[in-house]
Design a binder for this molecule. Structure first.
Ligand code: TXE
Length: 482
């Protein structure tokens, strides 16, 4: 059976303990490869390689670093089909999605930061009249840790690694043990692109073992993490007393707010996507839909009939719009929320059942599910489900919906559908979230800050924010005689 190895100092290697985890193909519900189940010994080996590589890499010219990142971007593009197939097999997402979103975005991440680093400048402050000149150095931090989740595997893995290495750091990275395949394949691409040995080291294994060892490592100075809010809190508890730099991109329970004056057709088709793209396993999905009362029953009918048309099936079939959920435990978790919704008095308007796909009877398929609720305080409206499940309810006034949108512990993103500019400005300013999309969803310009407030995390990724995170700024103050 194929083995997913660690990538340390430019070479693939087995874990020190020779322990292995099963890797599942979610579309079949069957084990199809073995994953290195590494320990702190492997993490330290990776750290040593990264430490050795740091002096030279951090002093490599911006042009040379940028050129290598561009080569990685090109190689990802050249291997689009192979990587998309691997992603779809490992994660259960439709191949069409991996081909058009995940892998192209992984390539864009490297391309974007290859260019961004050439434009990254720092400030100078002249203290006029005092014969003093200050300037800011932004220096690479050293060895940094990047820990990523399973929902957008290569997309989010590269979103962290690209700025980290562009800024001159060396990296110990851990992909999710649920979806390690494309990160494993990236190792070879980095070698082909001429990335010096030790600049990127990839260690596979579980969160409590490998993730924890990265976070606890005394000399890994910064941690960039995307994943669940509980895990983020545990990472913060470990890293904060060690005074590490931390960027935490956590869960969401995002409101999708629909006013009667919106462009209805556009709203309807994008709402289907923002509800169910990637099986609803995107932290940015609009999982709480609020609809203005005057169009509520029309929306309810139209939305249900559109969602009924979505084709759940084998991720490799071209007609498939919704693939398999990522794992059996995750499917069970999502289904438990559907049961909870019923207990709480919610009405399942559509879906709620497992789907049996011919030839893939053990796959983790679930119907897209719409639940009508009457109270924003119920648990299904407050807790992150992270699957193909949305709730919907009506609202009377702008004030009411704003109160409900903000009455949740998360604050990652919000979507607003309206043609009223005054309302757009009023609401955008008051919604508690890191991102507000108006008349669109998941529209990403990589220069913009990305991250959440409240329990959705701390820190911002994207553009110069990411390069600032992955550098330490130092003020140099020079006094001179006139
Ligand atoms: O994520 P984990 P899980 C949400 C979603 C989901 C829930 C749990 O609601 O149902 O989180 O998912 C590593 N120290 N999101 O449990 O565990 C882990 O190995 C260091 C939202 O699968 O947070 C993996 O590499 N690392 C989210 C990464 O953390 C640890 C995407 C994320 O996995 C660790 C995924 C530890 N102690 C889930 N424990 C988003 N924001 O997009 C685990 N890890």
């Amino acid at each position: 059976m194929k083995k997913i190895l660690n990538y340390i100092d430019g070479s693939y290697c087995e874990p020190y303990t020779q322990d292995w985890l099963d890797n599942y193909n979610p579309s079949k519900g069957a084990v199809y490869s073995k994953i290195a189940s590494s320990s702190s010994i492997d993490v330290d080996k990776a750290y040593q390689a990264a430490k050795k590589a740091f002096p030279s890499w951090s002093n490599t010219t911006i042009d040379a670093r940028s050129a290598i990142l561009l080569k990685i971007a090109n190689l990802i593009e050249d291997n689009l089909d192979m990587l998309a197939e691997a992603e779809s097999l490992d994660n259960g997402k439709p191949l069409s999605l991996a081909k058009t979103v995940d892998i192209p975005r992984a390539s864009s991440n490297f391309r974007f930061f290859a260019h961004a680093i050439t434009q990254f400048a720092s400030e100078a402050h002249e203290s006029v009249g005092l014969e003093t000149m200050n300037f800011t150095l932004r220096q690479a931090i050293g060895v940094v840790g990047c820990i990523s989740p399973w929902n957008l595997p290569l997309y989010l893995f590269t979103w962290k690694i690209a700025p980290a290495i562009a800024a001159g750091n060396t990296v110990v990275a851990k992909p999710s043990e649920v979806t390690p395949m494309t990160a494993f394949l990236l190792g070879k691409i980095c070698t082909q692109a001429g990335l010096p040995n030790g600049v990127l080291n990839i260690i596979n294994g579980t969160g409590p073992s490998v993730g924890q060892a990265i976070v606890e490592h005394p000399n890994i100075k910064a941690i960039s993490f995307t994943g669940g809010t509980k895990t983020g809190a545990s990472i913060a508890r470990t890293a904060a007393p060690m005074f590490k730099k931390l960027s935490l991109e956590l869960g969401g329970k995002n409101p999708n707010i629909i006013f009667a004056d919106c462009n209805y057709e556009k709203m309807l088709s994008i709402t289907v996507k923002s509800s169910f793209a990637n099986q609803g396993q995107i932290c940015l999905c609009g999982s709480r839909i609020f609809v203005e009362k005057s169009i509520y029953s029309k929306f309810k009918n139209d939305f249900v009939s559109r969602v009924k048309e979505l084709k759940v099936g084998d991720p490799f079939a071209s007609s498939t719009q919704i693939g398999a959920l990522v794992s059996k435990p995750h499917l069970d978790k999502v289904m438990s929320y559907i049961d909870l919704a019923k207990e709480e008095g919610g009405e399942v308007l559509y879906g709620g059942n497992k789907v049996i796909v011919n030839g893939s009877e053990n796959g983790y398929y679930l119907e897209p599910t719409i639940i009508e609720v009457t109270n924003n305080n119920c648990r299904v409206n407050q807790e992150e489900i992270f699957g193909p499940v949305v709730t919907m309810m009506s609202f009377d006034t702008e004030e009411d919906v704003l109160e409900m949108a903000n009455n949740v512990k998360y604050g990652l993103s919000a979507t607003l559908w309206t043609s009223n500019l005054d309302r757009t400005m009023r609401m955008s300013k008051q919604i508690e979230s890191g991102i507000v999309w108006v008349n669109t969803w998941l529209n990403r310009d990589l220069r913009t800050p990305f991250g959440g407030v409240k329990n959705s995390g701390v820190g911002r990724e994207g553009g110069f924010e990411a390069l600032k995170f992955f550098t330490e700024s130092k003020n140099i103050c020079i006094k001179y005689d006139n």
